[in-house]
Design a protein around this ligand. Structure first.
Ligand SMILES: *Cc1c(COP(=O)(O)O)cnc(C)c1O
Length: 426
């Protein structure tokens, strides 16, 4: 094995074993250099929705590559971006009217924050505070880290992160505390926006809360003239059971961020959707009110073509039925663990299932040794499962079968026998 010069993300190279090379992806699987089929039970970090290499999307990419590479997205436009923007507006919660492109979830959120701050700046209103939820994750750039939960991930950068107002997570029975805290923060009149992951906080530990809470936050925001930014980077494209999670709360956010599943996971692309009001606040004969943002690869035509093909898949194939089937397939095995004292908080939202493994004193937290041990345990069984600390979750592509899912659950059961601790009984 030759030493690699590649520096991998979220990887402690001093502790990790050499990595296998993946030579092909297909359906729910990654195929490695030795021909092993690894079940991708986390959709390659939550991006692959339908399946790896969905034929409609791959064909669209090939066709687009016959005509386009990257082209500047100021002064000129192109059909894939125009058609995709129309298509996104058509399927997004009603009332979103404009689409700004970028290339990752982090940039989609940065754009959203800048839109919100620019909105008030251009109107001459002094509002520059951002409210977020405890345990939030919005990306790894300085701005999105500022909005996210502080901890070991960003300790080195902490001095440069900007201050935000944090709402307590709406744990069961404590929803009112969250709403009251938001109401209280809004009274200052300085909150430009609440940035929130709708219904489920992903990287923060697959923490779930009900649609009614999201609707409550929207109601408070509206009453105080605070914008609501929905970070649907993970939740979008069917993950929570509906195309966008906001639908379940019957709300339209002022700004919506989408990325991961936008191209079905095939290519990097992101979009930040906003209301006409926010767009129009940047519309002026005064050039200082321009929205000053761009990424070099904004609206890459090939990526836009992939996203258009993803819209076609949603239109032409029974995607909703597949999502319902997957949600149903989680229910049986999850129910088995609900009464298992080795686990806590057995939970599900649409296609995402999560459970917290009891690991005993010292086993908790992202850096606890149980994380890498669990990853290795699953890897040895041909499963790609990456627990967040002691939180084990499954978020497979929608093509996964109940049998394949069963294999993942069986391994989770075995892992609990090996690494779990019995529940502490007081
Ligand atoms: C993954 C994620 C992001 C960041 O997306 P990247 O494409 O990794 O930059 C932002 N918000 C949420 C909710 C995410 O899950």
């Amino acid at each position: 094995m030759t030493r690699s010069v590649v520096w991998h993300p979220f990887t402690q190279h001093a502790l990790e074993p050499p990595m296998k090379r993946i030579v092909e992806t297909a359906g729910a699987y990654l195929i490695d250099e030795d021909g092993n089929h690894v079940l991708d039970a986390i959709s390659s970090w939550w991006v692959i929705t339908h399946a790896h290499r969905h034929p409609t999307i791959m064909k669209a990419i090939t066709a687009a590559a016959e005509r386009y590479d990257q082209l500047i997205f100021a002064e000129y436009t192109h059909a894939p971006a125009e058609e995709l923007a129309e298509g996104l507006i058509a399927v997004a919660p009603p009332g979103l009217a404009h689409v700004f492109y970028s290339d990752s979830g982090s940039t989609a959120v940065e754009v959203a924050l800048k839109m919100a701050l620019g909105f008030f700046h251009n109107k001459g209103e002094r509002r520059n505070r951002i409210a977020v939820m405890e345990h939030a994750y919005h990306g790894d750039t300085i701005g999105t880290m500022s909005a996210g939960e502080r901890g070991v991930f960003n300790a080195a950068y902490e001095p440069l992160l900007f201050a935000v107002d944090r709402l307590p997570f709406p744990a069961v029975g404590r929803e009112l505390e969250t709403l009251d805290a938001f109401e209280c923060i809004c009274r200052s009149g300085e909150v430009a926006a609440l940035l929130v992951e709708p219904l489920i906080l992903g990287a923060g530990g697959m923490k779930m809360y009900p649609p009614s809470l999201l609707a409550g936050l929207k109601e408070i925001a509206e009453r105080h003239g605070t914008l609501l930014i929905a970070d649907e980077v993970m939740t979008g494209w069917g993950r929570t059971g509906t195309l966008f999670a906001c639908e379940q709360a019957a709300i339209t956010p002022d700004i919506l961020c989408t990325s991961k599943g936008l191209t079905g996971g095939a290519l990097p692309l992101a979009a930040t959707l906003c209301t006409a009001e926010i767009f129009e606040a940047h519309l002026s004969s005064d050039r200082r009110k321009t929205f000053f943002h761009s990424s070099s690869y904004t609206a890459n035509p090939i990526a836009c073509a992939a996203a258009l093909a993803n819209l076609a898949v949603w239109r032409d194939e029974p995607v909703k039925a597949r999502i319902d089937t997957l949600a149903e397939a989680h229910r049986g095995p999850l129910a088995r663990f609900a009464a298992d004292t080795r686990f806590r908080n057995v939970r599900q939202k649409g296609t995402i299932a999560a459970l917290d493994l009891n690991v005993g004193v010292g086993g908790y937290g992202y850096l606890a040794n149980v994380g890498p041990k669990l990853r290795a345990f699953f890897r040895e069984r041909g499963l790609l499962i990456r627990p967040l600390g002691n939180v084990i979750y499954l978020m497979p592509p929608y093509c996964v079968t109940a049998e394949e899912l069963g294999r993942a659950y069986d391994a989770i059961g075995e892992a609990a026998s090996q690494f779990g601790a019995p529940a502490c009984r007081l």
